[in-house]
Design a protein around this ligand. Structure first.
Ligand SMILES: NC(=O)c1ccc[n+]([C@@H]2O[C@H](COP(=O)([O-])OP(=O)(O)OC[C@H]3O[C@@H](n4cnc5c(N)ncnc54)[C@H](OP(=O)(O)O)[C@@H]3O)[C@@H](O)[C@H]2O)c1
Length: 359
């Protein structure tokens, strides 16, 4: 049947390789209790073994190659440049875990001086310690809770007092699909943290960003913005709250924010980028129902990017990318966002509302 004959390999090798990859993937993940990790890994190994044994008559070297190629494809674009960030100051929000942590590690390896802006200072200090030991780079941890305007203002004022230049602001922190909750300032949590908190932070850091020779502002949005609509008349969802839609709305706001900002910054030293990192195995699903989170983050983990893979587009935007009219990037390439995300009127309207909020 085949145009050329591929030698069949021992059927036991395929599940074995799969198990090793699965186990190593689970053991490098952050934030899970060891026991839970082991149980999940054993289940995963058992399940994949079972599936592969059932399919054993069909498993061959060619199918192994297909699996490897599929995994490579799912890993998405890789940032392959060797751009140095020597001496550049980079602020990353939510860098204590997930994509933000991997971004911090990679940027430190390129010589950047980091400010990790995190709510969980203890976890962030562990990341900073790891980076200092590995790259001997300058890493500072500062407390930032995006659900509190007081905290954002206090963070920005510390940065403004201590630094003359910031070359890159990465608005990475995010919360997804939580039950209805409010920030300390009475805003719905997802829009409050993902958009309003980052909006204020960006506004307050703009003078230092402008002061730098060249600067970049990067917002992590999501493909979920495609189902987003800005709830201009009902930011508190008094007419009904759907956590899924509210996440998409906040991620649409991340793009519209930069769309209008790019107009205000035309002709300046600052470029802006909104990016979708891909579907990534991280702690973002912590508010999902347990069963759904398990299926998404564990059983479907083969189809998701690792956090390192998920950080690639951020790294690309922080180093090499050039701003383009649609602002949006994915898999280390410019991409087209939803029609709603290209709406200048809505971008301006959101900007005005965000600016007029009582900070
Ligand atoms: N993972 C994906 O598949 C995916 C897909 C599309 C877009 N994204 C976007 O990528 C970004 C990073 O997500 P991730 O996957 O790395 O998720 P993650 O592992 O859950 O990391 C999110 C980070 O945001 C921080 N954060 C949450 N609320 C905060 C607050 N009020 N103040 C300060 N920090 C806060 C978290 O801090 P704590 O540890 O203290 O909670 C954590 O450090 C998010 O903006 C997300 O929307 C992710």
């Amino acid at each position: 049947m085949y145009p050329f004959h591929l030698p069949e390999i021992s059927l036991n090798i395929v599940p074995l390789i799969w198990c090793i990859i699965s186990l190593s993937k689970f053991f490098v993940q952050d934030g899970f209790h060891l026991l839970k990790k082991k149980l999940v890994s054993y289940f995963h190994v058992f399940a994949t073994n079972f599936i592969l044994r059932t399919l054993s008559p069909f498993v061959s070297l060619s199918s192994l190659i297909v699996i490897i190629l599929l995994r490579k494809y799912l890993a998405g674009g890789f940032c392959c440049n060797d751009v140095s960030l020597n001496g550049q100051y980079v602020v990353i929000t939510g860098a204590n875990c997930g994509i933000g942590k991997e971004t911090a590690i990679e940027l430190a390896s390129r010589g950047a001086k980091l400010i990790l802006a995190c709510r969980d200072v203890k976890k962030a200090e562990e990341v900073a310690k790891f980076i200092r030991e590995k790259y001997h780079s300058q890493v500072l941890v500062e407390k930032l809770d995006l659900a509190s305007f007081e905290s954002v203002k206090s963070f920005a004022s510390k940065i403004s007092q201590n630094y003359k230049e910031i070359h890159c602001l990465i608005n990475n922190a995010g919360i997804m699909m939580c039950p209805y909750m409010e920030t300390k300032n009475g805003l719905e949590m997802q829009m409050g943290v993902n958009h309003f908190g980052h909006f204020l932070l960006t506004l307050l850091l703009l003078p230092i960003l402008k002061n730098s020779s060249r600067a970049r502002i990067i917002n992590l949005t999501s493909i979920a913005h495609y189902r987003g609509r800005i709830p201009f008349e009902d930011f508190k969802y008094k007419n009904g709250y759907n956590s899924f839609k509210a996440y998409g709305n906040s991620k649409l706001a991340n793009i519209l924010h930069l769309r209008h900002l790019s107009k205000l910054l035309q002709g300046t030293n600052i470029q802006v980028f909104a990016l979708h990192p891909g579907a990534v195995q991280s702690e973002l699903g912590r508010h999902l129902p347990i069963g759904f989170n398990f299926v998404y983050s564990k059983l479907l983990s083969f189809f998701c990017k690792t956090t390192k893979e998920g950080a690639q587009t951020t790294i690309y935007c922080a180093t090499e990318a050039v701003q383009h009219p649609m602002i949006y990037f994915s898999d280390c390439l410019p991409d087209k966002p939803s029609k709603e995300a290209l709406n200048d009127e809505k971008a301006e309207k959101l900007w005005k509302i965000s600016e007029e909020i009582k900070y």
